[in-house]
Design a protein around this ligand. Sequence first.
Ligand code: GLA
Length: 402
Amino acid sequence: MKTKRFVAAVGLFVIFVISVSFTQEHTRPSANLALSPPMGWNSWNKFACNVSEDMIKSMADAMVKSGMKDAGYLYVNIDDCWQVSRDEKGNIVADPQRFPHGMKAVGDYIHSLGLKFGVYSDAGTKTCAGRPGGLGHEYQDAIQYAAWGVDYLKYDWCNTSTQNAQASYANMRAALDASGRPIVLSICEWGTAKPWLWGQESGGNLWRTTDDINDRWGAKEKWPNGSCCSYGVTAILDQQVGLQSYAGPGHWNDPDMLEVGNGGMTDVEYRSHFSLWAILAAPLIAGNDLRNMRPEIHDILTNKEVIAIDQDALGREGERVAKNGDTEIWAKQLKDGSRAVILLNRSASEQEISANWEDLGYPASLSASVRDLWAHKDLGKFTGKFSTRVASHGVAMITVKP
Ligand code: GLA
């Protein structure tokens, strides 16, 4: 009898502990953020430290006018260099010349357009551009960000000395949650301590898997100042192989922001860059000047069929399912059971590429409908495989639907 009571008491205690932790998990202000990969714009890739209130406001305007907002882009994120110092109370101070009305005014303007507001800081003593970092000020900064109406924080990893990455980001997440405002946490740790292993547990909604992207197609290279290294699109792509199981609704691998439209690649390469990021279920954070896009760039960034693949509700990250020298097949399972597929040609000349149904997890005998997401055309029914010619550095992007 006594044993039975003891077992029942232990059982009740376990249920109590589980339900308390479940309730806490689901009442965190950040619990339901980024259920699909975040979409927006960030200042760094095009403007670096040259940020200002006027520029950010005009970019938010352009996001609406250009149709980017309608296509799903939501966050307007100011990267490094908006901050200059801390005041005598330790509060972070925005550059008074560049942001004469303060950060809340910028946030209010962005919100008035139906968009969301992002800022950048760093887990260490200083940001990568040498501005004041967040170390030791996490709770103070989080309250300040919440008061400004911040919806998204990119938190960098420069000047962190011997800090533990997981603990540092979990601390910032706790601080953001304590502010009471739901704020997306973008972990920018460059993949050094494998954030895919602990990013979700630490409350990160996305985490960089690599060092910085550079506006070019190819391999890893030193920066002009000799420091190592920047990565072209294919160099970043190769580092995503094997990470797909760590992504899902609310927690995404981040292969860095888009370079589409910044001038270093051809339109064919930009189309490939965008398609690949979509099949990776990557955050789609544009990094170009939205105020004067060429129509070709606009059409890439606002291709709703490609964006729908990125945002698919199943939340699966695509993966490389076949590689034959310089040609590759990438596939992503979608909620309706169909597959998004990329036939990628990394070589210097046009190639005939085939996507085999068996590589997509379908039987070879299956007849399936193929749609071209760049031509916006149904191509008909195919059995066993789909083959097409693909330009050098280009992709064909299709859906295959049984
Ligand atoms: C690091 C990040 C970049 C950018 C800069 C800003 O390099 O990885 O994305 O935020 O810092 O200084």
